[in-house]
Design a binder for this molecule. Structure first.
Ligand SMILES: NC(=O)c1ccc[n+]([C@@H]2O[C@H](COP(=O)([O-])OP(=O)(O)OC[C@H]3O[C@@H](n4cnc5c(N)ncnc54)[C@H](O)[C@@H]3O)[C@@H](O)[C@H]2O)c1
Length: 310
């Protein structure tokens, strides 16, 4: 199957290399000419374990290529994956400029059916907006008989183990509005679904929300453990022992319960803030807002709380 990926950042480049490794014919499109030129020369703009040899090997085998020529990219793939950036705006809302621009490019150049698959993290309802925009553009072009699907396929890779995560995803979330789109994306992910069923099919809006819910849940685990660490310090308990004690409960688990400076990275802060804005369209996001409170500077004065028996 031929696949085109818009965006050669962390998500797009790693996914492209891993799909090429599985035998797919992948073309990557980026608006950053400098980045594309460096990629063509085998110079990889990010460090991820295993990525450089994977990209170079698959380019060598002719299964992976890079271009700034959007028309070529749109001609190439039945599946058009949008993996461009979704940075936060000043008010915390998601800036969808790159997503809409990639979608518009596809609409301008498409000449046959395309399964447009949004891998970027986008607010609920974005796929519907993208579909409206594409329909409008192909109508203006006088090509309103062209058919397309817009699917949601959020990415859950972790920076630092991105290649490994893409090769062995723990789940593959597919949000679709048609059986045909589901079949196409099932074929795309079949190589990663051999051991056991990892594909979770749902409607588009649920898939879009799944990504935000996952990141908010992870940010909440870290924030909660930080609060527990401060409390442990105040009452003379050892948070490491508490961590072992609670992690052994399978309902809690050992992952993401290390206390530390607070959560960060390129996604958690922006995704929590985006989720707050969405929730506050209907009611105050009290609990999510708690996740954005600054962590007290360390070391901070510890006033030992009175303990029973003292
Ligand atoms: N980085 C992560 O760990 C991670 C994990 C899961 C999900 N995500 C999400 O995936 C998306 C991409 O993240 P990233 O870290 O790869 O972003 P990034 O900023 O590293 O890369 C985005 C790339 O898209 C290119 N681009 C912008 N507009 C374009 C267009 N119209 N056509 C073609 N290319 C275009 C940019 O030049 C850039 O190279 C974001 O929505 C992010 O929230 C990121």
């Amino acid at each position: 199957m031929k696949v085109t990926i818009f965006g050669t950042g962390y998500v797009g480049l790693v996914q492209a290399a891993v799909l090429a490794e599985a035998g797919f014919d992948v073309v990557c499109v980026d608006v950053d000419a400098d980045r594309i030129e460096r990629l063509k020369q085998g110079r990889i703009p990010i460090y991820e374990p295993g990525l450089t040899p994977l990209v170079n090997e698959n380019c060598g085998k002719g299964r992976l290529s890079f271009t700034t020529d959007a028309a070529e990219g749109v001609r190439h793939g039945l599946v058009q994956i949008i993996a461009v950036g979704t940075p936060p705006g000043d008010d915390g809302s998601v800036d969808l400029t790159q997503v809409f621009s990639a979608a518009e490019t596809i609409a301008v150049h498409m000449e046959a059916h395309r399964v447009i698959t949004i891998k970027s993290t986008v607010p609920v309802g974005t796929a519907d907006l993208v579909a409206c925009r594409i329909r409008k553009t192909i109508t203006i072009r006088g090509r309103s008989t062209l058919t397309f699907d817009v699917a949601s396929n959020p990415e859950f890779l972790k920076e630092g183990s991105a290649v490994a995560d893409c090769r062995k995803p723990d789940r593959i979330v597919i949000g679709v509005a048609s059986k045909a789109a589901e079949e196409t994306l099932r074929k795309l992910y079949a190589p990663y679904n051999r051991n056991h069923e990892k594909i979770v099919v749902m409607d588009v809006r649920s898939a879009e929300m799944t990504k935000y819910a996952a990141n908010c849940m992870l940010a909440a685990k870290i924030s909660f453990m930080n609060e527990m660490a401060d409390l442990a310090e105040a009452v003379g308990a050892d948070i490491e022992k508490v961590r072992h004690g609670i992690g052994s409960d399978p309902r809690i688990g050992y992952h993401f319960i290390y206390p530390g400076a607070g959560y960060g990275g390129s996604c958690f802060p922006k995704d929590v803030r985006a989720m707050i804005l969405v929730q506050e369209c209907s009611r105050p996001a009290l609990w999510l807002r708690w996740l954005c409170l600054p962590r007290p500077a360390w070391p901070f004065p510890v006033v030992r709380a009175p303990i029973c028996g003292e």
